[in-house]
Design a protein around this ligand. Sequence first.
Ligand SMILES: [Zn+2]
Ligand SMILES: [Zn+2]
Length: 377
Amino acid sequence: MNRFTRTTVLAVTLALVVVTASCGSSDEAADDTTSTDAAAPTTTSSGTTSSEATDTDTDTDTDSPGATDVAVASLFVDGALTADPSVVACTLETGTETTCFQFEVSSLVDSVDTDGPYCPDTVDDVGGIWVWDGEDPGLYALDADFWAKMEAQGYEFVDADGNITVTDPGGGGGAGSGGTANSCLEATADGSFHLQVLIPTQPEVLDEPVELSTISQVGLALDGVTIFGDAPSVADRGGLPALDACGGHIDPSGYYHWHFGAESIQTNLDEAGTGLTCEVDQDVEALLGFSYDGYGIYGPEENGEVPTDLDECSGHVADTDEFGEIYHYHYSYESPNLPGCRVGASATGALTSPDNQAASLLGGDGAGGGPPPGGGG
Ligand SMILES: [Zn+2]
Ligand SMILES: [Zn+2]
């Protein structure tokens, strides 16, 4: 399986990541009895030219981060990145000045089907899904039963003829207006721009975890799609920003993003009795993305079962194929299935667009709300 063939590449990746972060130390002794098993000798950052490195073939010039870029890129799904990753200077939310990987992705990734369905036209059509947080909460298919439940709770998404009220939350001039009280929200896709993601090359643990609640930024999936926390509550906002069967949708500014770990959502869909199928390949154990603090996010299972020692953020320290024993997160079988908090610092400006200043990247979901409060700077 490719997970295992990747392992060697990844070990090298991690070793080189360590190099990047620990420049300044002049001791190159570091016999590899330390945590990472691979190629520790490459700790010759810039000046030192001792080449007793039992190196792998690829990285000949150790003073360039080029090898690192290649190794990190190889983790991603083919075509997920629209530029080679680079290592850039960045500042963490703690004020620490360090280095980050910079990844560039398309606003609509080729490898993921972003065509929905999201909002069904009528109560008889097949739509996507929603995690309802009102009375009788849970994951639901957007079908006749769901709309009937909404009506019973006083919401009016459906007219007398059975048509669903659908609104484009990014549509001409209306952003921020809030739209109709009870609309199924479905934004128009725009694949014309790019997103840039900064992930620290060396995680820095925070004193207190940061909660990842509504529309907070979670990370970057290896398919090149950004991951956000819960979509906005219908109860709070009136509109329902429908998700497709894999837990993704289009932001009002046009880019596709996840509100679920798509690669294990089928279990959630089945357990909720939605009758829907997510077309993304399911893999409940693989490395599937990176949190904005630099730690990996894996599927909900490890060695065939859900780990029992996870912390409040759905993470723990355990052995990984890619990085050895290290802290990492797991998706859960809850809905949504994402880590609920982040233990490490993210970079400032962790998600930006190089070619679309209007993209709403802090909040993720306009959903009638416009830019997030205090979102300046
Ligand atoms: Zn684990
Ligand atoms: Zn969203």
